[in-house]
Design a protein around this ligand. Structure first.
Ligand SMILES: [Zn+2]
Length: 394
């Protein structure tokens, strides 16, 4: 009993001594300027290897991070999320600091919501669930195959989705598994299949974002991964893009139509261009030797247009293009969208698809007749501030 009491006392003392601050990563802030600003040793950054410096460059403006300070205002720990899976974790160790990457822990829950249209699907989903991101995902999934203006009052919507929760709050974007929307009583479906792409009930892909290959390459020198355990380094690693090994000076082409929103040096990525496309997508081109003449922030570029040349600026071992793809500010695997045309499932895959969607169609019928919607979301833990998510929708 005494032991428990002592533990509690120590716990209380340590709590009172340290304070936790939650802050937003400012626009233009880099990991290096962050260390400088907080008078932390800059070696923390310079001692990182190539892949880790790239990761440190992935910290997004608007992201929420946590700082634990002691009573003397000395930083004891910092936790900065990179995407939805990993975080940089800085821990004070005597006079030094150790930097590691730790997985962000979360729970996943599968939910179903059924809604009758009163105003608009977007507004009604928010009214029913208080889940802004779910409404956003829903609109994106259907926007190329359904004309929302034709919907009438009384049309219905069913959404099967997976939600992540962290410390009791919704965390990150929900993922739609299957959904149905009636347009004047006629049912339209989307199903997430084949690495999270959306297909209609005939097996035709409906979400229209297709990228061109950004460079002619010899080989892929590093694949995309959210999180993998490195058994020798004994820590988690991630690579939020694809590295294409290519000839120095080879032209880099815009993977899609869009507007250049960033051009310049970007930490471990060296000379970098970021392009914003429709539907909340962004592409990033790093380690460039140089930019094509005339490229600047605010310029609109066409799919296939040369924007720069392959090099090895930043932390890079040889000439290659690091190519990143982001949807709503979340890094996704470019392999899922780099292709020429919309895909239509055929042969065995098509057969498997129909078996797969049959169960969902049956469940949707059940959900239309007898449903109990999940309780409304009370609080969110947005990975990126709501403002920067809204920015990508416009
Ligand atoms: Zn890379």
């Amino acid at each position: 009993m005494i032991k428990v009491f002592l533990v509690l006392v120590f716990w209380a003392i340590s709590l009172s001594a340290s304070t936790l601050h939650v802050e937003n990563w400012a626009k233009g802030e880099t990991f290096l300027t962050f260390l400088e600003k907080n008078k932390l040793p800059l070696d923390i950054y310079y001692n990182l290897d190539r892949e880790e410096q790239e990761l440190a460059t992935e910290i997004m403006s608007g992201i929420k991070y946590q700082i634990l300070k002691n009573e003397d205002d000395v930083i004891e720990q910092v936790m900065i999320p990179i995407g939805e899976e990993l975080q940089l974790h800085l821990i004070k160790d005597g006079d030094n600091y150790n930097l590691t990457t730790t997985p962000i822990s979360f729970q996943e829950e599968k939910l179903i919501v059924t809604i009758e249209i009163k105003h608009s699907p977007y507004q009604d989903i928010i009214n029913e669930t208080n889940n802004y991101l779910l409404a956003h995902e829903f609109i994106q999934a259907f926007k190329n195959s359904v004309n929302f203006k034709r919907l009438r009052k009384g049309d219905r919507v069913v959404i099967f989705y997976t939600k992540r929760t962290r410390l009791g709050r919704q965390f990150g974007s929900p993922k739609i598994e299957a959904s149905m929307v009636e347009v004047r009583g006629r049912k339209n479906y989307v199903f997430s299949y084949n690495k999270g792409r959306f297909y209609d009930s005939k097996g035709k892909e409906v979400e229209g974002f297709f990228l061109a290959k950004p460079v002619n390459y010899y080989r892929v020198s590093s694949k995309f991964t959210y999180k993998r355990w490195h058994p020798i380094l004994k820590r988690y690693r991630a690579h939020l893009g694809i590295d294409y090994a290519a000839r120095r000076g080879a032209p880099i082409k815009a993977a899609g139509n869009g507007k250049i929103i960033q051009l310049g040096r970007k930490g471990g990525y060296g000379k970098t261009i970021t392009i914003r496309h429709d539907n909340g997508y962004k592409t990033l081109y790093a380690h460039m030797k140089g930019y094509k003449k005339g490229m600047k922030c605010g310029k609109w570029v066409k799919k296939g247009q040369t924007i720069g040349y392959v090099g090895s600026t930043g932390i890079s071992t040889g000439p290659h293009l690091h190519f990143g793809l982001y949807k709503n500010n979340r890094a996704i695997n470019p392999n899922s969208v780099v292709k020429v045309t919309k895909s239509k499932l055929s042969g065995k895959k098509r057969k498997e698809f129909f078996t797969y969607i049959k169960q969902y169609k049956e469940k949707i019928e059940v959900a239309l007749n007898d449903y109990k919607n999940p309780t409304k979301e009370k609080s969110f833990d947005y990975i990126v501030s709501l403002d920067s998510i809204k920015e990508t929708i416009q």
